[in-house]
Design a protein around this ligand. Sequence first.
Ligand code: HEC
Length: 95
Amino acid sequence: MKTKTLCLFALFLSNSAMVSAADKTDDPKHGENVHTEHCQKCHTDSVYTRDDRFVKSIDALSKQVIRCKDGNDIPWFDEDTDAVVQFLNQKYYKF
Ligand code: HEC
């Protein structure tokens, strides 16, 4: 039973990996999709527009996305992370 669960989990992981790889990755639209899926559990988009937001550069944005992603075991490829950085920059930060 335990092994079967693990197998299913592995299948799920490799499956979503294939979807991500096949997707058009640098696309901010892709960033928006994966962002909606994984990033709205703790904060809404209003943290990106509040007056005292702490992200002040594209570099800091990239670091913060990685920090939030890694802290939450979100299984993204670098391409997914980049797409989210692009999406957030285009929509909110505009560096
Ligand atoms: C476990 C909860 C949690 C999840 C899930 C989460 N974050 Fe965060 N995030 C935080 C906290 C806490 C802060 C800091 C908020 C504060 O200082 O008020 C933050 C801040 C941020 C900021 C900085 C906002 C600013 O001030 O400029 C960005 C950008 C960000 N998160 C992106 C993301 C992205 C992208 C994801 C999806 C990968 C994500 N977060 C998922 C908890 C989370």
